[in-house]
Design a protein. Structure first.
Length: 139
């Protein structure tokens, strides 16, 4: 009797709205410069939280995958643990900043252009050239 009661309860718990199918999002960052890159990911809403640091050596890439279900989105914000701004340091000599924003034509890993199930952002020599000189004091 207890088994029958348990099966009935279990069948009710398994009912509900269809959540749809899930897939995996795959996002990659690549360093195609001839400089080591250090990426510091910040959260502007909570500035007291320490940034997440990611280092990419020359010609290195980092890929992350995440389970994404119907209604969810994935972007480089999630790649960087829901951070909304990045500070990219090239060999402690130049620095570049990115903030989460939409509607600009600038190359930016945190732009709305990178929402979906797959994305690749490549740091190039042109990015290094466009970065600001920090005279070795980039941190």
């Amino acid at each position: 009797m207890k088994t029958l009661f348990f099966l009935i309860i279990l069948s009710f718990l398994s009912c509900g709205t269809d959540q749809g199918s899930c897939t995996h999002a795959k996002f990659t960052i690549k360093n195609e410069t001839n400089k080591q890159i250090k990426i510091l990911a910040y959260n502007k809403i909570y500035p007291s939280i320490s940034p997440i640091m990611t280092t990419l050596n020359i010609n290195e890439e980092l890929t992350k995958t995440s389970k994404v279900c119907m209604g969810d989105v994935y972007s480089f914000r999630e790649f960087f643990d829901s951070r909304d701004s990045l500070k990219v340091i090239y060999d402690t000599s130049k620095v570049q900043f990115f903030v989460s924003e939409c509607g600009t034509n600038e190359k930016n890993p945190l732009s709305c252009d990178y929402y979906g199930f797959e994305g690749t952002f490549i740091f190039t020599e042109q990015d290094y050239e466009n970065a600001e000189d920090c005279n070795g004091n980039c941190d």
